[in-house]
Write a protein that binds this ligand. Sequence first.
Ligand SMILES: Cc1ncc(COP(=O)(O)O)c(C=O)c1O
Length: 370
Amino acid sequence: MKCLWKNARHVGYMTDGSPNFSLAALQMFLSHFRLSEKTMDLAWEVFDYRRRRQSELIYKRIGVSGEKEQKTGVSLREIYDMETKAIQYRAEARYDKGIEGHGSSEELDDLETRLKGGERYLALFCEFPGNSMLKCPDLKRIKRLADAYDFAVVVDETIGNSIDVHVLPHADVVVSSLTKIFSGDCNVMGGSAILNPQGRYYQQLKSAFEADYEDNYWAEDIMFMERNSRDFVTRIKKINDNAEAICSVLQGHALVKEVYYPKYSPTKQFYDDCRTPAGGYGGLLSFTFHKKNHAVAFFDRIETTKGPSLGTNFTLTSPYVLLAHYREFDWAAGFGVPADLLRISVGVEDEEDLKSRFATALKAAEAVGL
Ligand SMILES: Cc1ncc(COP(=O)(O)O)c(C=O)c1O
């Protein structure tokens, strides 16, 4: 553990010496620390309400048929699905949400109006940049609102990474999945939470973390994480360059409709507000084709590893929305996230080799015709 944190501090911006925490632990912790009894009660009410509704639904169907459950067509699968949804709903209800969806300035306008009108929030959670459209929220403004209306800000900078962006001044807690590019080798998992010593909740958070802390990180995992992270800085530089190279291959192609990358996003200014002096724009990008069959042909042909994760040292291509939102395309589309989006997590391969692999896959898309 110590090694990891020494290393983390060495790379620049981990100003606090707090021990490593998993994101799950942070969430549990925040739920204990900040959420009021009232919120918890509400969560249970919501949960119970949904359970009741589900039971009613099931029993109604049983009642109508007048037969036993097995014969009514209410399958175990359905019950399981409903139960899962209810649990998810309960989990969501446990957190007060300051903002949802795009993380856009319009939504911040709305949040500000609600705050001015007397609504109060305990904490605002956001990613920087957001997955998978790579847009950034205006962290400076969020900080101003947090100061004015007294709520905590928790920023997940996994996608940004601490070499490229420095978000701590705008947050109370910065969380990061070290499973991703901090490690890069995808043979170990880990998470971190950095507390802002200048944050208004620092003392409370620090003592709560200390009270909660349990050193249960497996010894070999620590060794792998530390070893993998040694060249974090140089890998990030390479990945930034590769990502920009891939963006230019894609942007220059007639079949490609849109490329999403922090550098080309309408929210670039918000990214730049937090960009480190030598920082780049990271290793995650998404893009769409004008036509779905071009996306399919590209995906089938592209010679990278295919998978749903991100932040590996090798390039990964993912039909992210298909995998993550298969049952809710309309919902995703409501946030401007198209079903046939392709997400690329860029690795450290040779730039020319990567470019040619992308060019070959684009040719396969061309071969489909218009
Ligand atoms: C932005 C972001 N934060 C956190 C996580 C969770 O990471 P872990 O798998 O280390 O718990 C992920 C995983 O995909 C992620 O994409």
